[in-house]
Write a protein that binds this ligand. Structure first.
Ligand code: ZN
Ligand code: MN
Length: 469
């Protein structure tokens, strides 16, 4: 059986400062090596000071993933020599003497399957290597330490995934979860990075590193299953090794024989004292945590009667569920959920598009009120929404300028229907004998009113007129 386990590095992008110093946690778009200090570049004599907020955010992730939080957490030095790591060790957590990392033994459900979380640890991000030109051929590598010391949480799963599809679903759920917790923006470049461990039956475990995106991890795992299976089928041993994902060629390539945990010579980090986490503290954090996606979904279903699938889509998207929360009232909640999930989400489905969106909660709530109050048809509502997205103009302005008001007023609608009856004598005769053909007449009325007639009122009037005609 194929077994896949994951190690996910998630930056705590909502923090102000780095994990052990006062440099900015947001290292993006800064001049190289301008966001550094003696602590994060590891100058001799500098002392790390733990960012307490990072511990709190990491604890929230642990709680959200059902992990145990120990009474005391400790830090370790993971030793290795690499240019992006100026201290030659990374400060991280390690369960050398029992569980002292921020979380262990958790689990979450994806599509009814339990994925166990082995461990969650707080650690610092290394710097970034920037290659001049193509990495294999270049002679020049530059180092930017702006990222060094950025707070990270590493989430290690048990090898519970059976296929790459489950991995993709899990990663999407996890990204939604950290976004909903307000600890990270998982869609920032490099904010969530995934390594995978994968083995097929009778094969050794292979680690895949350097995968840039969720879509690529799925591809890389598919590639590995095929590669490893074909080796096993030919009785060739699958080497236990680390492989890199080659984004351009869409294949994995051998990087090095896999190092073992003992190769890192973990040493207790004596510069950072043990941190005690009391039960009170944990209870307090729980109170501060935003409503979970699951609880939100249940509330949408129970309180407003929003259909399960709509509630699921809405609750898992932080941007749109926030918009819903601001826009809805008891009476228009269902309509707003409908507008957001069927129309708005299709328009703005990426981070950039969401940020650029000119539509506010006011727009959405005015529109929903008008639909609920039969002042505008759903069809016209769609047109108004498109216009609001394009221009940012108010709902009432758009309705009058585009003349979208509903023709539900019975006398004006009757007049139009009378016209259609005159023009379509043959169809009227037919509809009297065969009620199934009535839709043809409804269609004609809709065309004449440019979709502004309320369909149920239209149908009612036509039926009445057919009886007397
Ligand atoms: Zn610093
Ligand atoms: Mn790590």
């Amino acid at each position: 059986m194929t077994k896949i386990g994951l190690e996910i590095h998630c930056q705590l992008t909502k923090l102000e400062s780095k994990l052990f110093c006062n440099c900015k946690a947001d290292y993006r778009n800064l001049t190289p090596n301008s966001n550094i200090c003696p602590i994060c570049i590891g100058l001799p004599g500098s002392l790390p000071i733990l960012n307490k907020k990072a511990v709190e955010k990491a604890a929230m992730i642990s709680l959200a993933l059902g992990c145990q939080i120990p009474e005391q957490i400790s830090f370790f030095r993971k030793n290795y020599f690499y240019p992006d790591l100026p201290k030659n060790f990374q400060i991280t957590q390690y369960n050398a003497y029992g569980p002292t990392s921020i979380g262990s033994d958790g689990s979450i459900q994806i599509e009814g399957k339990e994925i166990r979380i082995r461990r969650i640890q707080i650690e610092e991000d290394p710097g970034r290597l920037v290659y001049e030109g193509i990495s294999e051929k270049t002679q020049i590598t530059l180092v930017d330490y702006n990222r060094a010391g950025t707070p990270l949480v590493e989430i290690v799963t048990e090898p519970d995934f059976e296929n790459p599809r489950q991995v993709r679903i899990f990663l999407n759920v996890l990204a939604d979860l950290v976004e909903n917790l307000e600890v990270s923006d998982p869609y920032l470049e490099g904010a969530m990075r995934v390594d995978g461990n994968i083995s097929v039956e009778k094969g050794n475990r292979v680690e895949i590193k350097n995968v840039g995106s969720f879509r690529d991890i799925e591809k890389a795992l598919h590639f590995e299953i095929t590669r490893q299976q074909s080796l096993v089928d030919r009785n060739i041993e699958v080497a236990a090794e680390t492989r890199h994902w080659d984004e351009a060629r869409k294949i994995t390539v051998s990087a090095r024989s896999k190092e073992e945990e003992q190769d890192y010579r973990y040493l207790p980090e004596a510069d950072i004292p043990l941190v005690t986490i009391t039960q009170d503290k944990i209870d307090n954090l729980r109170k501060q945590m935003p409503e979970s996606i699951v609880a939100k979904k249940e509330r949408y279903i129970k309180k407003y009667g929003i259909p399960t699938q709509v509630a699921e889509v809405l609750s898992s998207d932080k941007f749109y569920s926030d918009l819903f929360e601001k826009a809805h009232t008891e009476s228009n909640a269902k309509e707003i959920a409908n507008i957001i999930t069927t129309d708005l989400m299709g328009f703005a489905d990426t981070r950039e598009k969401k940020i650029d969106l000119k539509v506010t909660h006011r727009h959405i709530s005015d529109l929903a009120d008008a639909i609920v109050g039969n002042k505008i048809t759903r069809n016209s509502g769609k047109a108004a929404l498109y216009e609001m997205i394009k221009t940012g103009k108010s709902f009432s302005e758009i309705v009058s300028s585009l003349d979208l008001g509903s023709v539900s007023n019975a006398s004006s609608l009757e007049k139009i229907i009378d016209e259609v009856f005159k023009e379509e004598e043959k169809a009227v005769k037919e509809a009297k004998q065969n009620p199934d053909t009535i839709n043809y007449i409804v269609g004609k009325v809709m065309r004449k009113t440019k979709g502004k007639a309320d369909p149920s009122t239209t149908l009612e009037i036509i039926r009445k007129k057919l009886l007397s005609a």
